[in-house]
Design a protein around this ligand. Structure first.
Ligand SMILES: Nc1ncnc2c1ncn2[C@@H]1O[C@H](COP(=O)(O)OP(=O)(O)OP(=O)(O)O)[C@@H](O)[C@H]1O
Length: 314
């Protein structure tokens, strides 16, 4: 059966900053099919930003290959929207001039309406509680903007570009809750309408759960979980019983509770509901268990394993 084309396909990536240091990425391989909204998670320093900047063509690996939209990262740059953690923008330009520059640099594919919706659109006030967050003024200079306001401009540029692949490095980290909710809504609407692939790094697992349908968990320089959220969740269960023995299932994390012994397991074959209380973990619970237990075996669902014998091209 033929697979959906890959937005990203990594094989054996190695990245090291400075000659003698331990590599940040070591033998990092995975595949992300087109059209997915993918959460990229992992502990601080795991290499999420490094992986995104490789995909954006800002960094070259020491070894391994990364195909982006079927080509090398540099060749695909025009088809990618990249919002780096540093949000590099020209401080002396106004917001409107920044969007004009975006239009100029992306002639023929620029979506002014989407860019303006992100930059200028106000977030409606809820009936109670928080005050509404205000859209940006077109004549405001970038250097006068707050961190969250700069993020709005960076996202406006990325969405205006009508990119086929959006690489967003902690896009929601400095946005207020209303702006976050609205911008996530716009992002998803644009992604669904145009079939855009989105890769979004974040530490806020609960926020990603309702938005993303694909997961990449990075740890110890490698991808440890990769695939559709649904399939990754279906491969795990939380078991509670009277015995600490959870065989034949592979234990990711176990402990004792008031109810007996409990474990989050990778199921190996059918789970016997007569032996244990069987519950489905949430994505957040599952990711946390893997973060706490870096030795847990890696899992790649069918679509996430790199295609065998594909001709490599950096
Ligand atoms: N330009 C650089 N020079 C030297 N070391 C770097 C550089 N950029 C990143 N590193 C190191 O590489 C490792 C991975 O950094 P990276 O920013 O990719 O991680 P991350 O997963 O995005 O982290 P966080 O969640 O904290 O943003 C860290 O140990 C960091 O110190």
């Amino acid at each position: 059966m033929s697979r959906k084309p890959a937005a990203l396909e990594a094989r054996g990536l190695v990245v090291r900053y400075g000659r003698r240091r331990e590599p940040v990425l070591r033998d990092c391989s995975f595949r992300l099919p087109e059209g997915r909204i993918c959460a990229l998670v992992g502990p601080n320093g795991a290499g999420k930003s490094t992986l995104l900047s490789l995909a954006a063509g800002m960094l070259r690996p020491e070894a391994g290959t990364l195909r982006v939209l079927g080509a090398g990262p540099a060749e695909s740059r025009a088809r990618i929207g990249y919002v780096a953690q540093t949000r590099p923008l020209y401080p002396q330009l106004t917001v409107a001039a920044t969007l004009r520059l975006g239009a100029e640099l992306n002639r023929g594919r620029w979506d002014q309406e989407a860019a303006e919706r992100v930059a200028y659109g106000a977030d409606p006030a809820p009936s109670v509680g928080l005050a509404s967050s205000v859209g940006l003024a077109p004549n405001a200079r970038i250097r006068t903007l707050s961190g969250g306001q700069r993020t709005r401009v960076a996202l406006a540029l990325a969405l205006g570009k009508r990119a086929e692949l959006l690489l967003l490095d902690e896009p929601m980290a400095d946005l207020d809750p209303l702006a976050r909710h609205r911008l996530m809504g716009i992002l998803l609407a644009v992604a669904v309408e145009h079939g855009t692939t989105v890769v979004m790094s974040s530490h806020v697992l609960a926020e990603l759960e309702g938005v993303c349908d694909y997961l990449l968990l990075l740890g110890n320089g490698r991808i440890r979980l990769a695939g559709e959220n649904e399939d990754i969740l279906a491969a795990h269960a939380r078991l509670t019983g009277t015995s600490p023995d959870f065989a034949p299932h592979t234990v990711v994390e176990s402990g004792a509770t008031g109810r007996g012994h409990t474990a989050l397991v990778r199921s190996r074959g059918p789970v016997n509901a007569a032996s244990w209380l069987v519950e489905r973990p949430s994505l957040e619970e599952l990711v946390l268990a893997h973060l706490r237990n870096p030795g847990a075996p890696a899992l790649f669902t069918g679509s996430a394993s790199p295609t065998p014998n594909q001709e490599a091209a950096a």
